[in-house]
Design a protein around this ligand. Structure first.
Ligand SMILES: *Cc1c(COP(=O)(O)O)cnc(C)c1O
Length: 383
């Protein structure tokens, strides 16, 4: 059988077998509702949820009561932005974010604009970084919320979150960061980064899909956030709905694995990334790196191959190597990646871009195979 190689770990990751094992009992023997306070089935489920809450908190230097479980980073982003904006409406109506945020942020800001809020979208430089001076200039007396992602999902660029956090603190502005891509890959400490709110998604770091968390500084008595899902009052009223216990257990286990293994894993993944990058760059001319080389997730590589349409590249690889492209055809937009546009790539380079996402389960032989196939295919397509 031909081997299949998965290098699309920014889209989603394989669930770690240890996470699957941790989850299994909570589908069958331990199926209780964590809100059932009157019997042992409920207590067992609640214990598991509270253990997971500790595991998530411990990964990011937070307290367990500051963790709210959600369906993933999209919901966490919606909760953080809509919840904060609506709670602080009488204080001001101005939000600051950046042009390279995930759609879960950008689209939510559009909705808030319909509700009377205004948004400033900060630009990024050619390496993908937000300039803190631009942020300072954008702040007005009406600014209530700043949301800047930690690491970008396309070009892997890591923003100066601690510095942005300090600026927000000085101006008494709530600071949210979408940490869906950085969690499990680089250090996150909510105090060091000055975060008031942060969004997490389990399936981006070897947990199950459809579960995530939002960090809320001070919990339900701290940072003011209005719930967006109302009902039975679970999660101290911040997010109603019966808790997805098996998924939450999986998220907790994924965090515990990160806490104990991340330093080694990051170094290994970075080695693989550099092996891939140098292999490709040494074997081909006219290859461009998109995004900052050092301020970048260890597993991210985003390259443009001059003169080669990305969709043809993808087409040639689709049965054996999973990667993604910023080209218009594959990104589902008329213009191609807005992130690559924001860093000043011209249309041709956007169209010829590939995103490689290396993760926990990739191996050196896989990387070597990808280097040789990419080199072959690009050379063929150029001829
Ligand atoms: C994947 C991702 C999301 C959405 O997460 P889901 O859990 O899939 O909803 C949001 N932001 C970023 C940066 C992401 O990479």
């Amino acid at each position: 059988m031909k081997q299949r190689i998965y290098l699309d770990n920014h889209s989603t990751t394989r669930v770690d077998p240890r996470v699957v094992d941790a989850m299994l009992p909570y589908f069958s023997e331990c199926f209780g509702n964590a809100a059932s306070g009157n019997h042992c089935f409920g207590w067992e489920a609640k214990d598991a949820v509270e253990r997971a809450r500790e595991q998530v908190a411990s990964m990011i230097g937070a307290r367990p009561d500051e963790i709210v479980f959600t369906s993933g980073a999209t919901e966490s982003d919606n909760f953080a932005l809509k919840g904060t904006a609506r709670a602080l409406r009488e204080k001001g109506n101005h939000i600051i974010t950046s042009v390279v945020e995930h759609k879960a942020i950008l689209d939510t800001c559009r909705v808030l604009e319909d509700e009377g809020f205004t948004t400033t979208y900060l630009p990024v430089d050619k390496e993908g970084l937000v300039d803190c001076d631009e942020l300072k200039k954008a702040i007005t007396k009406d600014t209530i919320l700043v949301s800047i992602m930690h690491a970008n999902n396309e070009i892997g660029v890591i923003q100066e979150i601690a510095e942005i956090g300090r600026v927000c603190r000085e101006h008494d502005i709530v600071f949210h960061s979408d940490t869906a891509q950085s969690a499990g890959k680089i250090d996150i400490n909510v105090d060091e980064l000055g975060l008031d709110l942060a969004s997490f998604s389990a399936h981006k770091f070897y947990g199950p899909k459809g579960v995530g968390a939002v960090y809320v500084r001070g919990g339900n008595v701290g940072t003011r956030v209005k719930p967006i899902i109302n009902g039975g009052g679970q999660e101290k009223g911040m997010r109603s709905g019966t808790l997805n216990v098996p998924a939450i257990v999986g998220l907790g286990k994924a965090c515990a694995i990160v806490t104990s293994e991340k330093p080694d894993e990051s170094a290994r993944v970075l080695n693989l990334r550099e092996r891939l990058r140098t292999g490709i760059v040494n074997g081909l001319e006219d290859v461009h790196l998109n995004g900052h080389l050092e301020k970048r997730l260890p597993g991210n590589l985003n390259l443009s191959f001059g003169g080669v349409p990305g969709y043809l590249l993808l087409k040639s690889l689709e049965n054996e190597i999973a990667v993604s492209s910023g080209s218009a055809c594959s990104s589902g937009s008329a213009t191609g990646s807005y992130v690559l546009q924001a860093i000043g790539c011209d249309d041709e380079l956007i169209d010829s871009s590939l995103r490689f996402g290396i993760g926990r389960f990739n191996t050196e032989p896989e990387i070597d195979y990808v280097v040789s196939r990419i080199t072959e295919v690009v050379t063929e397509l150029r001829n």
